[in-house]
Design a protein around this ligand. Structure first.
Ligand SMILES: [Fe+2]
Length: 302
C-alpha cells in the first residue's frame, strides 16, 4: 500500500491494432454488446460502452496487438502533476499533438512508452457522445463511470519494470498477487485496473475485462458463443476480485473477460494479499467442436 495518491483516476480507453476489422464489426455488437461508434482519423473504429464517444479503438494494421492504453486524470493540473512525477521517475511524457487529442476525443493528453515499450497515455476531458448509447444486443449495460472501462492484463516483455512503473512511478495500489506469476494493481475502487503477468512467452495482451450489470448479460454471451462457435470458457468465479465471468476469444485471438459483480475495495484500508489460485470454481475451456447441447427437456418443449 502506498500513501502517495495515484493521480490516475481510471482506465479510460484502450486501442488495439487489428487486420480483422470486418470480423470485429460483426463480433463487437452481437457478442459483447458494444456500440459501433465513429470512424477515427486514420481509419480506426471507435467502440462505445457508455456515454463516452469511445472506449475502445480498433486501428487497422498488420498485427493483432495492443496499440495504446489511456489512463484518465481529473484535469489539466493533474496531468501537469503527473508529468512532474514521471520526470522525477526518469520517464518524461510527450504532449499529444492536436491530431492525437482530436483522435482520442479528449481535451488534453500526454504519453510515454512504458518500460516494455507499450504506448501509455494520460488524458483528461473525455468527450461525451451526442448520440445516446444503445447496446448492440439486449444488455443491462456496462459498469464503467468512476471505475473506468474495466481492466487489462498484460504479459509485458519486462514484467518487473512494468510492475515498478505502475506501483512506484504511478502509485497504483498493489491489491494482490498470485504468487510471483501475476500482479493486480488498482487506481480506484475497482479491485484492479491492470494486471501484470510474469508467465513467460512473447509480450502480449492476455485479456481485457468488461463488466456488465447483470449475470443474465454474461449468460447470454455464453449462449451466443456456444451457438456461434466462438471460443470461450465456461462460467467461473475469481478468487481475488470475486468476479463471475467467462473468457471470450476475440477475432484478434486475445480474450475478453466478460464479468459481473466484481469486488470494490477501499484503498485506504486495503492490505496487499497473496492468492494461490485464480478461480474458486469454473473458468474451464469450452470445447467448441463439441459444444454443450440443450437439455432434453429444453429440446422437447422448443
Ligand atoms: Fe481479469
Amino acid at each position: 500500500m502506498t500513501s502517495t495518491p495515484p493521480l490516475v483516476r481510471s482506465f479510460g480507453y484502450v486501442g488495439f491494432e487489428t487486420a480483422k476489422l470486418p470480423a470485429w464489426v460483426e463480433f463487437a455488437p452481437k457478442v459483447i454488446g458494444a456500440m459501433i461508434g465513429e470512424t477515427l482519423p486514420g481509419g480506426g473504429l471507435a467502440l462505445r460502452l457508455d456515454d463516452w464517444s469511445y472506449r475502445l479503438a480498433l486501428v487497422p494494421g498488420p498485427a493483432e496487438r495492443l496499440a495504446f492504453i489511456g489512463w484518465e486524470v481529473s484535469d489539466a493540473a493533474a496531468l501537469t502533476a503527473l508529468e512532474d512525477r514521471l520526470v522525477a521517475a526518469g520517464m518524461p511524457l510527450t504532449r499529444g499533438s492536436d491530431e492525437e487529442v482530436r483522435s482520442r476525443r479528449v481535451q488534453g493528453l500526454a504519453w510515454c512508452l512504458d518500460p516494455s515499450g507499450i504506448r501509455t497515455e494520460f488524458f483528461f476531458g473525455a468527450e461525451r457522445a451526442s448520440v445516446e448509447f444503445a447496446a448492440g444486443r439486449p444488455l443491462s449495460g456496462f459498469v464503467t463511470g468512476d471505475l473506468g472501462l474495466g481492466h487489462l492484463v498484460l504479459q509485458p516483455s519486462d514484467p518487473d519494470a512494468t510492475l515498478q512503473f505502475y506501483r512506484d512511478a504511478l502509485a497504483f495500489r498493489l491489491t494482490d498477487r498470485l504468487h510471483a506469476h501475476l500482479y493486480f494493481l488498482g487506481c480506484n475502487q475497482r479491485h484492479h485496473s491492470v494486471g501484470v503477468a510474469n508467465i513467460g512467452g512473447p509480450a502480449r495482451v492476455l485479456h481485457l475485462m468488461l463488466e456488465v450489470g447483470d449475470i443474465d448479460d454474461v449468460g447470454r454471451a455464453l449462449d451466443l458463443c456456444i451457438d456461434g462457435g466462438i471460443r470461450a470458457s465456461m462460467l467461473g468465479l475469481h478468487s481475488n476480485d470475486r468476479m463471475t465471468s467467462i473468457y471470450i476469444t476475440t477475432p484478434s485471438g486475445w480474450e475478453i473477460e466478460y464479468g459481473w459483480q466484481g469486488m470494490l475495495v477501499d484503498s485506504g484500508s486495503w492490505v496487499t494479499e497473496t492468492i494461490d489460485r485464480p478461480s474458486v470454481w469454473g473458468h474451464r475451456q469450452l470445447d467448441v467442436d463439441h459444444p454443450p447441447a440443450p437439455r432434453r427437456f429444453q429440446q422437447v418443449i422448443q
